[in-house]
Design a protein around this ligand. Structure first.
Ligand code: ZN
Length: 391
C-alpha cells in the first residue's frame, strides 16, 4: 500500500482545526500530521476542503436497498458499501425486533461478512434493537415479538453470537431489567435504554443497575407525563441529570429540531453524544417506497420529506440519512462547531464501542480511516485502513 499523503486541507483534530495542513499515512496507519509530502508518497490534494476522521455509525439498519434483517451476508456488504460512499468507515449493524431464528441468522451473517475481505465500512459489532420494548413507545417496531427477558433467552442469544453483540436495547420499565443489566455487564455488552415510557425514577434505577446509554434520545423516549393522575419526569430529564449516561441523536434534521439538539449538546457535550443515522434500506438511494426490516416480512414504508414514515404517516420509521448528512445538519444547518460535530460523528462513538484507541480521530498511530470533504461538506474521497474506497 505504501505511503499516502493528503495535503492542502483543513485537518480536523479532536480539539482544533489545522488550516491548510496535511496528513501522512503508511500502510494501515496515520504516521504524521502537518508534514511535507515525502518523495515516495502518493500525494492527494484535498483542494482546500476538510480532512476528517471517518464517520462511525453505531445505529444503522440498512442502506443501498439492503437491510441487515434481510439475513444475507450480501446485504451486509451492500450496506457497508452504500454508507462508506458517504464517509462512514465503521458501523454497528442494527437488528430489529424479530423472531429468534431470524436473529440467529443475522448474527451468522455478521460473522460470514466479517470473514470476507473488507469492502466498505468496517463492521464493528451488532446492536440489537429489541425485542424488550414498551408497547407504548414502540415506534415502528412490531408489537407481536416484544417480550420480557429471561436469563435463558439472553444467554442463548449471547452464546450464539460469540462476542458479536456490542449493545442491546431495552425499555427499563419492563420486568427483569435488573437481570438484563447484570447479564449485559457480565458479557461486556452495553445496555441501552430505548423505546421506553419509563418514569424518571425507573430510568434512574436502570442507570444504577448499569444501563449507560440512551438509544435515539428524544425519539421514543419519555419526558414528563402523568401516571395515575400524578406527573412524573421521564427518561429525558433523568438522563440530563446523569453525567455517566451517554446518548445518541438521529442527525437527519427531521427527527430532532435545532433547539433540542443544541440543548442536548449544551448539557451532554461532544464527549457524551453520538450522532447516528438510524438509517433504513432507502438510505443512499432515491426510492420513494421501501420496506423497514426484512425484505420478506418487513413493514412497508414511504419516503416523504426526506424521512421514512409508516404509510399512514403516524410515525417515523427510520431515517434515510447518511453520516455526511448528519454532519451538514449539525454543523451547517444547526451551527454546532465543526470540531465537536466531528467528535460526535467519530471519536465518541469509537470510544463507546471500544475502538477509540485505534480509530475515531486523526492522530499518529491510529488507523487511516479518513474522509476528505469539499469546502461545502460533500464527500470527496474516503479511505478505510489506508485503502481508498472506490465507490
Ligand atoms: Zn433503529
Amino acid at each position: 500500500m505504501g505511503k499516502l499523503w493528503i495535503g492542502n486541507g483543513n485537518v480536523v483534530l479532536p480539539d482544533r482545526i489545522l488550516a491548510g495542513s496535511s496528513l501522512l499515512a503508511e500502510d494501515r496507519y496515520i504516521t504524521a500530521i502537518g508534514v511535507p509530502c515525502p518523495p515516495d508518497a502518493e500525494p492527494v490534494d484535498a483542494r482546500g476542503g476538510y480532512i476528517l476522521p471517518g464517520f462511525i455509525d453505531i445505529h444503522v439498519h440498512g442502506g443501498g436497498r439492503a437491510d441487515f434483517m434481510d439475513g444475507t451476508a450480501e446485504s451486509f456488504r451492500q450496506i457497508a458499501r452504500a454508507h462508506c460512499a458517504h464517509g462512514t468507515t465503521a458501523l454497528c449493524p442494527t437488528t430489529m425486533t424479530c423472531p429468534d431464528p431470524l436473529l440467529m441468522q443475522v448474527i451468522d451473517c455478521f460473522w460470514e461478512a466479517k470473514s470476507q475481505p473488507q469492502d466498505g465500512a468496517e463492521l464493528l459489532g451488532l446492536h440489537l434493537e429489541g425485542p424488550f420494548f414498551s408497547a407504548a413507545s414502540k415506534g415502528a417496531q412490531p408489537v407481536s415479538e416484544q417480550r420480557i427477558p429471561t436469563e435463558e433467552v439472553l444467554n442463548r442469544i449471547l452464546d450464539h453470537a460469540r462476542g458479536a453483540i456490542l449493545r442491546w436495547d431495552a425499555a427499563p420499565e419492563l420486568p427483569n431489567m435488573e437481570l438484563f443489566s447484570r447479564v449485559m455487564e457480565s458479557r461486556g455488552v452495553m445496555a441501552s435504554v430505548a423505546h421506553t415510557n419509563a418514569t424518571a425514577e425507573e430510568a434512574m434505577q436502570s442507570y444504577n443497575w448499569g444501563f449507560s446509554h440512551v438509544t435515539h434520545f428524544y425519539n421514543a423516549t419519555s419526558t414528563f407525563h402523568k401516571v395515575n393522575g400524578i406527573v412524573h419526569s421521564g427518561v429525558i430529564e433523568a438522563t440530563y441529570l446523569r453525567d455517566d449516561v451517554t446518548i445518541e441523536l438521529i442527525g437527519d434534521g427531521r427527527h430532532i429540531p435545532k433547539e433540542s439538539m443544541w440543548l442536548a449538546y449544551r448539557i451532554k457535550g461532544a464527549d457524551g453524544i453520538c450522532l447516528i443515522t438510524d438509517a433504513m434500506r432507502a438510505a443512499g438511494t432515491d426510492d420513494t417506497q421501501s420496506i423497514l426490516g426484512a425484505r420478506d416480512t418487513g413493514v412497508p414504508v414511504v419516503i416523504k420529506d426526506e424521512v421514512a414514515q409508516l404509510p399512514d404517516l403516524s410515525s417515523y420509521a427510520g431515517s434515510i440519512a447518511t453520516m455526511d448528512r448528519c454532519l451538514r445538519t449539525a454543523h451547517v444547518k444547526y451551527g454546532i462547531p465543526l470540531v465537536d460535530v466531528s467528535k460526535m460523528l467519530s471519536l465518541t462513538p469509537a470510544r463507546l464501542m471500544g475502538c477509540g484507541n485505534r480509530t475515531g480521530s486523526l492522530e499518529p498511530g491510529k488507523e487511516a480511516d479518513i474522509v476528505i470533504m469539499t469546502a461545502d461538506f460533500l464527500v470527496d474521497q474516503v479511505f478505510v485502513k489506508g485503502h481508498r474506497f472506490d465507490g
